[in-house]
Design a protein around this ligand. Structure first.
Ligand SMILES: C[S@@+](CC[C@H](N)C(=O)[O-])C[C@H]1O[C@@H](n2cnc3c(N)ncnc32)[C@H](O)[C@@H]1O
Length: 283
């Protein structure tokens, strides 16, 4: 069972479940890419962790390439991309066919404040403190356990966080490789996008949603709302891919849908049984 308070690896230098890399270290200047990937995975905003890694859905990415092989130009919208590092392989494999790749996430940066040796991280929209880190512990919001005293300590720390005024710094969630890649390739675009809002740029040929649209994060109504928005962001014959890695063994599962002439999404392919929720949708 996940505990709301975890031990900080900067202090507890042993290998043990429940010890997490110190999230504060991601704010270091010139952090290298391997360390960045370690620290990004400790962040949790509301219901979702930012957990990601390179090349996490190779089967899904290969199928996207195969299903679009006849198209000369392809634009991709990836939602819930975290720091963007998992987009690298698809970008590389689309090669010259790539027109635009929108790497998007709910938040690409968040505010933080350090006071009395505790660093507090905030949801930029609600201004609520969602995580805090002391030298020894990491405190998570919305991770309730059956240990009431732990929940109480944790809530107390987060509730007594400093008010988010002008004296905050910003933590950039974009992976250093993506930041660098963007500078040399105008087809790579990074922006904040909430799947519960309408997509506000041009329609795309492929939408990839990895480890975000699933029942452990969102209820049926929310999933349907997000799917409605995404289906409206597709070009005719566009493909929506919903993929996820099983928590038990990281196995990749995916379902591919195509927008047909009547603007319905039809299932065209599944990997390892496909996603575990059904939806019926007219866009
Ligand atoms: C578990 S990570 C998945 C990262 C990556 N797609 C992967 O598979 O490795 C889930 C991501 O979804 C983002 N997210 C959560 N709610 C969202 C929303 N409403 N709109 C867009 N992104 C959201 C989180 O910020 C987080 O970065």
């Amino acid at each position: 069972m996940p505990l709301p308070i975890k031990l900080n690896k900067s202090f507890f230098k042993i290998r043990f479940p429940g010890i997490v890399p110190d999230p504060r270290l991601i704010t270091k200047q010139n952090i290298d890419e391997f360390d960045f990937e370690k620290y990004i995975n400790t962040f949790k905003i509301d219901q979702t962790f930012k957990i990601t890694q390179k090349n996490r859905q190779p089967l899904t990415d290969k199928s996207i390439i195969d299903l679009t092989i006849n198209k000369k130009k392809i634009s991709v919208l990836e939602v819930g991309s975290s720091c963007g590092v998992n987009s690298l392989d698809l970008i590389k494999n689309l090669s010259n066919r790539l027109e635009n790749y929108f790497i998007t996430d709910l938040f690409l940066n968040i505010p933080f404040i350090t006071e009395n040796r505790i660093t507090y991280f905030y949801n930029p929209t609600t201004k609520r403190c969602i995580m805090a880190t002391s030298d020894r512990f990491v405190f998570y919001d919305s991770l309730e356990s059956r240990f009431v005293f732990l929940n109480k300590i944790c809530n107390n720390i987060l509730k007594n966080s400093p008010k988010l005024d002008e004296n905050f710094r910003k933590l950039d969630f974009l992976h250093p490789i993506i930041t660098k890649m963007k500078e040399g390739d105008s087809r790579i675009k990074t922006l904040e996008y909430n799947i519960f809002d309408k997509w506000f740029l041009e329609k795309v040929d492929v939408i990839k949603s990895a480890n975000i649209l699933n029942k452990s994060y969102f209820d049926d109504k929310q999933l349907n709302q997000a799917l409605k928005n995404l289906s409206k962001s597709l070009n005719p014959e566009g493909i929506l891919v919903i993929t996820r890695n099983r928590s038990s063994n990281d196995q990749e599962i995916a379902s591919f849908f195509k927008l047909d002439k009547n603007k319905n999404l039809s299932l065209i392919k599944e990997i390892n049984g496909g996603i575990d929720f059904k939806f019926t949708l007219k866009s």
